[in-house]
Design a protein around this ligand. Structure first.
Ligand code: ADP
Ligand code: MG
Ligand code: MG
Length: 879
């Protein structure tokens, strides 16, 4: 017999893979002797089994559930389904990695008319009767929503009607009779929608609820969240069944959430909210405004002291900031959840540094504690201080997730997505957000909500994504349907500019200028620790002095990819480039190239100066030439005139350059093979720039690295390399200087990877161009794959975009093999990667493991890659 079900007393904190995060921590708190209602966890293996068995819970698992249920009935002295002394339970999902708001919880399960009547018979006061029916109506609502996909909102409408009929505003103003009426209305609504009665048998309720949790692992929201956060589908979720404790019992009861440190700033202080006479998600749903946890100190001092003591013990035990959920039933405290709390990047760094200073963790552990991707939010613009001072604050909400956002107002997640897809910066303004909004939230610069506290859905998810969020701005009058809102007497319509400050909660009714971020304070200290563990070097992809300077500030150790084609698109340069393309003779072509030379050399000089002696790999011209020619009729006429050729002639040239498959066409080193003078010109620009800057700053000792793209055959590399060396050697000799330079290649065509041993006889370095290598290995174009990859995700054929995460199985095998073959031919060959993957943490780890020398990524991902490389090195050491 395989064990699928564990009592909390049978598990512990290290069993997260089997019991999920929530279940493992409930077990751990149980072991620590904390007040946890004693229930059981159905393992993630049961979830996997459920899917293997065609979405069925088999008899073995069912039997174990009933057995566990019998055991917790004994422990709790109550009986499931019993009318006199009933056990009510919550059914809670809990995956290995926390997925906030993704899976739903059902509370008060086990209620039906008989059980309700039985409970009331034992304590027939109006207050208790109200409590029973309040719990019952909540149960119907949650069960219908989670199990039967009958939206919670349709029940809210009924509540609103009952409140309106009575002339009251708050749920708390509804009495026992109203609650009973709600139960009847809810059941009728259920029957009308579902065509059958609400299930009364508690055993059926329980099994259906467990199934629903398993099912929710595969719902579209969960799938999107997993893809965004690299959580494998195969993990599955566990289910926790736990006896209910009631925060909605009376005014000596309540429910709340708290963090041991401020999740926005990292400040060491208990931080949280609670609501008296409330249940479950009332706190985060924004139904009533919760009280600050410090107020509990006045309201229930003993409970508060006990809670502070537990919180401190939990933090010391886990040696990390804890996010806890608790309920007070009739003056007695119960712990319902603890986990390492989600936090903003700034808080993550402060907490990591503080924990080191407090002697709780080592530097190495601190480096492992911060999610590389999270740093992203610190690297993006902040408001310009002067512009911010000048701007008028038109409203204020809660500072829910820090950062600065400036964008145009949109009112729905769909609009946020479509505006962002058109290159617009948007701020998503909502009454409140819900899990369906997740993609729209990811597409927005910032999120502004009318309702909801610091632990509302919007706040939690925004902090997780590193997106700026201001929540709970009640001053806003919202007209979501009509797409406008009113604030401080002014209407804001879709498309209007606003700015929000997630660090202060301030709202500005205009666009406020933003400035670049810098690395200082905790960030700087932390990154230095990371660098001390790192083996892999981190370079950047940059092709202008501004990006170079930015990357150097972020810690880049050089440029791994300088694309030279971008330098040709400026008006004066593109003209010369076009002259070169339409030239009919070699002389005319050389003449045109000679015009480009000074620009190109100037660019390289400026970048060498910014690099201050750090190395730079310069890639020669790569794209197909047609990209430099016009496509529109009116442009063709104008440009023909400019180039002194006839329209017909220019059209002929354009037609002759047309390719069915330009990505596999006349590009890369193929250009240099047909037009060696392009390689000559580029070599001249690089070598002369290096000689010149070396003269200005002798200690830089620049050694140019020239990279030939799109090589698939050693002889073609040799052909181009000969052109380069002939030119370079001559220039160096003419200048009378001593300067070394190297010539290497990109490995981006599968054939190059397969023949890397031969290619290494000529190439002095390899740089894996994993964008093209992925494209050519999969045989689909990165520009078109988006159209069909979604179906691949839906069918779980691929779990993530191979252009975002290196496909380690296929493309990675080519990289590994080519690295080994390259080293066999040339032991000290330098190996790097310069695709977009260079800034993706999982791909960086792969690069570390196959022993590359460096990764190169866009400037804003340099700190992310530095941290990912440090973590890869630490992880390898620990194995
Ligand atoms: P989530 O993963 O979305 O946080 P939870 O399973 O933690 O969902 O449940 C949400 C809330 O429901 C909890 O914070 C708690 O307030 C309430 N809850 C869950 N189980 C119980 C229980 N056994 N007794 C009382 N309240 C519960
Ligand atoms: Mg939930
Ligand atoms: Mg929870």
């Amino acid at each position: 017999m395989h064990k699928y079900v564990y009592l909390f007393s049978e598990g512990n904190g290290s069993m997260r893979e089997l019991l999920g995060g929530k279940g493992a921590n409930l077990a751990e708190m149980t072991n620590l002797g904390m007040p946890v209602p004693q229930g059981f966890t159905i393992s993630t293996e049961a979830c996997t089994k459920y899917y293997e068995d065609d979405r069925n819970i088999n008899d073995e698992i069912k039997a174990q559930v009933y057995e566990a249920l019998a055991r917790i009935e004994k422990i709790n002295g109550k009986k499931f389904g019993d009318a006199k002394n009933p056990l009510l339970v919550s059914v809670r999902s809990g995956a290995r990695a926390s997925m906030p708001g993704m899976m739903d919880t059902i509370l008060n399960l086990g209620l039906n008319d008989e059980v309700a009547a039985g409970l009331i018979a034992g304590n027939p006061t109006p207050a208790f009767t109200r409590f029973v029916y309040d719990s019952y109506r909540r149960f119907i609502q949650m069960f219908s929503d989670v199990v039967m996909e009958l939206s919670k909102k349709t029940f809210e409408v009924i509540i609103d009607e009952v409140k309106a009929a009575k002339g009251v505003k708050n749920d708390i103003d509804l009495d026992a009779d109203d609650m009973k009426k709600l139960v009847d209305l809810f059941k009728a609504h259920y029957k009308e929608e579902k065509g059958e009665d609400f299930p009364t048998d508690p055993a059926v309720q329980l099994m259906e609820a467990i199934k629903a949790v398993f099912r929710s692992w595969d719902n579209p929201r969960a799938n999107v969240y997993r893809r965004m956060n690299d959580i494998p589908y195969s993990w599955g979720t566990a289910v926790n069944v736990q006896p209910m404790v009631f925060g909605n019992l009376n005014d000596k009861s309540g429910t709340g959430v708290a963090f041991t440190r401020d999740p926005a700033t990292g400040e060491k202080a208990l931080f949280g909210e609670y609501l008296i006479n409330a249940q479950g998600e009332d706190v985060v749903a924004g139904i009533r405004t919760p009280s600050k946890i410090s107020k509990l100190h006045e309201e229930m001092p003993a409970v508060y002291d006990q809670f502070v003591d537990i919180a401190t013990r939990l933090e010391n035990h886990y040696r990390d900031m804890q996010d806890m959920e608790f309920t007070i039933e009739n003056g007695k405290l119960y712990m319902l959840q603890t986990r390492n709390g989600k936090r903003t990047a700034a808080a993550a760094l402060k907490i990591a540094c503080d924990l080191v200073d407090e002697g709780m963790i080592s530097r190495e552990e601190a480096v492992m504690r911060v999610e590389p991707k999270q740093l992203d939010s610190l690297l993006h613009p902040q408001f310009d201080a002067a512009a911010l001072k000048a701007a008028e604050v038109v409203g204020k909400g809660l500072a829910a997730s820090p950062g600065a956002a400036c964008g145009r107002v949109v009112f729905s997640a769909e609009d946020a997505k479509s505006w962002a897809a058109n290159g617009e910066k948007v701020v998503l303004v909502r009454l409140e957000t819900s899990p369906e909004d997740i993609e729209g939230m990811a597409a927005a610069q910032g999120i502004l909500t009318v309702r909801g506290g610091m632990t509302s859905h919007a706040a939690v998810v925004a902090r997780g994504m590193g997106t700026c969020c201001v929540s709970g701005c009640g001053e806003i009058t919202m007209h979501e349907e009509e797409k406008y809102f009113t604030l401080a007497g002014k209407d804001y319509h879709e498309g209007d500019w606003i700015s929000i400050d997630g660090s202060t909660g301030n709202i500005y009714g205009c666009a406020v200028k933003t400035v670049e971020a810098t690395i200082s304070g905790n960030f700087d200290r932390f990154m230095k620790w990371a660098d001390s563990f790192r083996v892999l070097r981190v370079r950047t992809n940059a092709d202008n002095p501004r990006d170079t300077a930015q990357a150097v500030k972020f810690g880049a150790e050089g440029i791994g990819l300088c694309r030279t084609e971008h330098m040709f698109f400026e008006a004066t340069r593109i003209k010369a480039m076009r002259e070169m393309i339409v030239a009919k003779t070699v002389e005319a072509r050389k003449e045109a190239l000679a015009k480009i030379l000074p620009y190109q050399q100037g660019d390289f000089e400026a970048m060498y100066r910014e690099l201050k002696g750090r190395p730079m790999t310069i890639r020669f011209l790569d794209p197909p030439l047609h990209e430099f020619l016009p496509t529109k009729e009116e442009d063709i006429a104008e440009i023909a005139e400019e180039l002194h050729v006839s329209v017909a002639e220019l059209k002929d040239v354009i037609a002759s350059l047309h390719e069915f498959n330009p990505m596999m066409g006349h590009r890369g080193c193929r250009l240099a093979v047909t037009y060696p003078c392009i390689a000559e010109m580029q070599t001249t620009a690089v070598i002369n720039a290096a000689i010149k800057v070396n003269k200005e700053f002798s200690w830089y000792r620049i050694e140019p690295e020239i990279m030939i793209p799109l090589v698939g055959e050693v002889k073609e590399l040799k052909f181009v390399k000969d052109v380069v060396t002939a030119t370079a050697d001559r220039l160096i000799e003419e200048a009378g200087v001593e300067m070394k330079y190297t010539v290497g290649t990109m490995i981006e065509i599968p054939r190059a990877a397969l023949t890397a041993d031969e290619i290494a006889t000529e190439a002095e370095f390899f740089s894996f161009g994993t964008n093209d290598l992925t494209q050519m290995t999969f045989g689909f174009s990165r520009d078109d794959a988006g159209k069909f990859l979604d179906s691949y995700y839906d069918h779980k054929i691929y779990e993530s975009d191979p252009f975002a995460h290196l496909d380690q199985k296929g493309v990675g095998k080519l990289v590994k093999m080519a690295a080994e073959m390259g080293r066999a031919t040339r032991p000290h060959i330098k190996l790097g990667i310069c695709g977009e993957h260079g800034g993706d943490p999982a791909s960086v780890e792969f690069c570390h493991n196959v022993g590359l020398n460096y990764v190169s990524c866009s400037p804003f991902r340099v700190p992310i890659a530095r941290l990912a490389a440090a973590q890869a090195a630490i992880r390898e050491q620990r194995q």
